[in-house]
Structures are given as C-alpha cells and as structure tokens.
Design a protein around this ligand. Sequence first.
Ligand code: ZN
Length: 260
Amino acid sequence: MAQKKAQERIAILGDIHANLEAFQAVLAAAKERGVTQYVCIGDLVGYNANPKECLDMLRALKPIGVVMGNHDEYVGANHDLSGFNPVAQLAVKWTRERLSMDDRKWLTSLPYQKEIFRFGTGMPPFCIVHGTLDNPGMWGYIFTRLNAMASMEYQGNDNLCFCGHTHVPMYFIKDDLDTKAFYFPFEKPLKLEMNQKYLFNVGSVGQPRDGDPRAAFTIYIPDDETVELIRVPYDIKKTQEKIVAAGLPPRLADRLAEGR
Ligand code: ZN
C-alpha cells in the first residue's frame, strides 16, 4: 500500500539576531504547526545577547538553506566596522568575542543567495537572499516597489523569493503589468498564483521593526502553494535583562518592547 507522503512545511526564519528567547518561541510555534524543514535568510547574530546559542540551535535544525546576512559577514570576517552605526559596531565586536574561530568561519562560508529545489513538485526552485538579489553583497534594503522591482529582475524563473534585512514583513507581486507592494494579512495564508512572481520579506525573529514586538516568521507549504506570516509572543523582559547584563547598549533592549 502506498503511504501518503507527509506534507512538506517549510519555516522561513530571518533576522534572528542572537535573540534566544524569540528563537525558542518561534521553534515551538513551528513545531506546533507541523513544520518539516527550516530555511534561514541570514543575520543570525548581532544586537542581542545569545549569538553562540542561536548559531548552534539553527545548525541543529539541519536547515535546507542558509544565506549570509550583513551582521553574519561583519561578525565572521575581520572587516573594518566604520560603515556601521556605533550601536551596531559595539554589538559586532561583542559578538566576535563570543564565537569560536570555527563559528566565525562557518558564518563567512554562507552564500549570499541560494536556490532551493522543490523535488517532486514540478515547481521551479525558490530562492533566498538576505537583502536584495541585485548585488546581494551590497546589503541594499527593499522597502519600496522600486527596490523590489530591481531585485525581482534577478529572480529568473523562480516565481518565489524570500528575503529579510528590513525586519518589516511585507511582500511584492509582479505580473506582466506591474509590481505591487502589500503588508501581510494577519494570520491568514496567502495563496500563490502561478502566473505571478513573489518576493516575501519574512519579518524578523529577534528584532521586529514593524511596531509589533512579537517575533515573526513565515511558513511556506509547497503542496498548497501558500505562504503565511506567524507572530509569536516571547519573554521580551528576559531578553532585555540579558542585553543589559552583557553590557550591550541599553537602546537594544528598549527597542524590543517597541518593535522598532
Ligand atoms: Zn538584520
């Protein structure tokens, strides 16, 4: 008797930023929703107080795709930090001291972008990138439809791309006529149409900036062709206390409660 294959459910996690409590809450929510695979669109480290724990937790999930974020690059490599604002600079230096050389090497070994194949679905691969597909190593932001249009030019045959970097969950749809920007509907799966191209910003696990302090992640179900944004409350106070205790800038603790 043929056994029914379990439905693949892919959690897309982005901008975890060393926030262990948010990451744990997101993983519990993903498990509850029957997630089978994990993908990470970068910025595992930076800002919050548990870089090593978050790195190990992500790797233990055996994700099917991970790309590098700007913080991963700056923490992993020995780049000069003059391009960063002072708060980010301090956080990067602090983080470097908490990771082993192997951890840092692993971060810099990550690709800027990656195509993930959906074997057996007849679907083209989908792609992941931290910032933008047009020049991913420049770390540009996608806030507007013009930014999205420039990136989507490089999507090729992939009808679907997931990104992060702005920490603001939203999505863009491109058809023959136009590219439009949307905010996610609340806790309602979006059905993808075959004749359109999509670019999703999956929101931030560890430092949301859309005014909603809850952790954000996205679940993609290839069989159904749906994408859903999930928000998860977590112990913000505990994360804030760790930031302060670590001597990281207090502003990094304050902003978590504001979701800014
Ligand atoms: Zn980030």
